[in-house]
Design a protein around this ligand. Structure first.
Ligand SMILES: *[C@@H]1O[C@H](CO)[C@@H](O)[C@H](O)[C@H]1NC(C)=O
Ligand SMILES: *[C@@H]1O[C@H](CO)[C@@H](O)[C@H](O)[C@H]1NC(C)=O
Ligand SMILES: *[C@@H]1O[C@H](CO)[C@@H](O)[C@H](O)[C@H]1NC(C)=O
Ligand SMILES: *[C@@H]1O[C@H](CO)[C@@H](O)[C@H](O)[C@H]1NC(C)=O
Ligand SMILES: *[C@@H]1O[C@H](CO)[C@@H](O)[C@H](O)[C@H]1NC(C)=O
Ligand SMILES: *[C@@H]1O[C@H](CO)[C@@H](O)[C@H](O)[C@H]1NC(C)=O
Ligand SMILES: *[C@@H]1O[C@H](CO)[C@@H](O)[C@H](O)[C@H]1NC(C)=O
Ligand SMILES: *[C@@H]1O[C@H](CO)[C@@H](O)[C@H](O)[C@H]1NC(C)=O
Length: 428
């Protein structure tokens, strides 16, 4: 539906949100479709601006600065927390600084964290960069898009469009809506967008450590609750599996392949061990299902006619048993034992204890629930707060070249976040 400039001004006056994102240039040529929410245009404009910037883990400098600008325009008090590169010595030393972005509602707001609900997600993405597209058509960065005119089933895609820039855009939009409705008080929430979630959790770990070791927080703040944004298809997650993993290596004795009894094949031993590992029941629970194993990388041997003197494999297990503290250790011990049972002399296991399943609060009216099989930053934020995990889009496309979601999924998640934030802020 086309509308006049006059009604546009009216819309702007009715919705504080429409005037937001001043540093993002967008033109609103039409009213949103009949059932489109008032935040349609600022939401999609913000989402597009975030996806537009490449922010592969360890190169998140630019997106952090962009987010700071956008949040300042929305009258947040913003602090950038520099985070060291996750793997020192990798890549050039002059990589731009990357930042966690912390934002408190209100200009010159108090930077207290204690008793606030922290609303958080991550701004890094997996490689490679994939440009922003609408219905599978790449949109040049400078092209103006009339978001209001798009049907709700429109597919918006690009790297990070789901994981997790959809969560970032929806959380900010939901928080703004609640603040402008007066449904929550500005000192009840704080936003945190971290780097490094996809490769090491370095951003959240750094933030969490900074709370115990800084002049700004002589006493470690206690959050009321933490809402983590990751793709859950707009279902409230009751938790996610833990993870443990490492290397299984085999040592053999080289020899001519025609005389196998003169040597010992490291590869043959390793194959038997891995077969055992894949067959074995590593434990299950009602909530999280089965512990599963992936053998992700194998190397070893010299040539087809040589008995392999060495071989190794990298394995990762998704842990469904025990609790956050004990689960990783339980599964790691089971793996060590069953590998040793195959051949304790030839096989070595180097496995980290990892983490067990992470439990989240999912008893909130009006949400479908789900259990996730992937890892998140939740265990990296230490503290005794209520945890929630929720966000738009599907993990099944999140790291693929078809990463994307429909406009209505993104909009539904704003409504979901609004309910969840209100619940979290009100809960004790
Ligand atoms: C995308 O990024 C480029 C480079 O920073 C900028 O010129 C352009 O305006 C951005 N486009 C959008 C839609 O944010
Ligand atoms: C930010 O605050 C200024 C001054 O109080 C106000 O004019 C402006 O509308 C606010 N912006 C938003 C997006 O709320
Ligand atoms: C910000 O607030 C502090 C006290 O909360 C006050 O001392 C300071 O002058 C304020 N700064 C500005 C720029 O308003
Ligand atoms: C976009 O491409 C995917 C496959 O990559 C396809 O499933 C989908 O139908 C396409 N959507 C549109 C709107 O063209
Ligand atoms: C705590 O801060 C001090 C001084 O900044 C630093 O030397 C120390 O390494 C920090 N400890 C941790 C655990 O981060
Ligand atoms: C768990 O594993 C058992 C066999 O060990 C299988 O029967 C069952 O279907 C598996 N459950 C799920 C949810 O995959
Ligand atoms: C985890 O389980 C162990 C052993 O059952 C128990 O001692 C510990 O308190 C539990 N930890 C949590 C955080 O529930
Ligand atoms: C075990 O793995 C860790 C992490 O990958 C590595 O730092 C350590 O050197 C390994 N230990 C042995 C004995 O191979």
């Amino acid at each position: 539906m086309r509308v006049s400039f006059q009604s546009l001004l009216l819309l702007g006056a009715l919705s504080a949100q429409a005037s937001a994102y001043a540093s993002l240039e967008y033109q609103q040529q039409t009213f949103p479709e009949d059932n489109a929410p008032p935040y349609r245009v600022p939401l999609l404009t913000l989402h597009r601006a975030l996806v537009n910037v490449s922010s592969i883990s360890d190169s998140e400098g630019e997106v952090g600065l962009l987010l700071k600008r956008l949040l300042k325009d929305l009258n947040y008090t913003v602090e950038l927390q520099p985070v060291p590169p996750s793997e020192a010595g990798q890549g050039p030393d002059d990589r731009p600084t990357r930042y966690n972005v912390l934002a408190w509602p209100g200009r010159n707001a108090s930077r207290a964290l204690d008793k606030r609900t922290i609303i958080t997600s991550h701004i890094d993405v997996v490689p490679p960069y994939i440009p922003y597209a609408i219905d599978n058509e790449t949109v040049p960065p400078s092209e103006v898009v009339d978001f209001a005119a798009l049907p709700p089933t429109t597919l918006i895609s690009g790297r990070g469009s789901v994981d997790a820039k959809a969560s970032v855009a929806a959380q900010i939009t939901a928080t703004n809506a609640l603040l402008s409705e007066g449904a929550i008080s500005p000192d009840s929430v704080v936003l945190l967008y971290v780097v490094g979630e996809e490769n090491s959790g370095s951003g959240m770990k750094h933030f969490s450590d900074s709370l115990s070791n800084s002049s700004a927080y002589p006493v470690r703040p206690q959050f009321r609750a933490a809402i983590f944004g990751e793709p859950t298809e707009n279902k409230l997650a009751c938790g996610h599996k833990g993870v443990t993993g490492g290397t299984v290596s085999a040592v053999g004795k080289a020899g001519h392949s025609g005389y196998p009894w003169l040597g010992k094949s490291a590869i043959h031993v390793l194959i038997r061990a891995l077969d055992r590992l894949l067959e074995e029941d590593l434990g299950s629970s009602e909530r999280y299902g089965n512990t599963t194993v992936n053998v992700g990388l194998i190397e070893g041997g010299v040539a087809a006619n040589v008995i392999a003197p060495a071989a190794s494999a990298r394995v990762s297990a998704r842990v469904a048993v025990g609790n956050q503290t004990t689960g990783g250790q339980i599964v790691a011990e089971r793996i060590k034992k069953l590998i040793k049972d195959v051949d304790s002399e030839a096989l070595q296991v180097n496995i980290t204890s990892g983490v067990g399943p992470v439990e989240c609060e999912c008893e909130v009216d009006g949400f479908e629930t789900v259990v996730a099989n992937y890892g998140t930053d939740i265990p990296n934020l230490k503290g005794n707060h209520v945890k929630y995990l929720y966000g738009p889009g599907s993990i099944l496309v999140a790291h693929g070249d078809n990463e994307g979601l429909q406009i209505k999924d993104l909009e539904d998640s704003v409504e979901g976040y609004k309910r969840l934030i209100k619940h979290a802020v009100g809960s004790s």
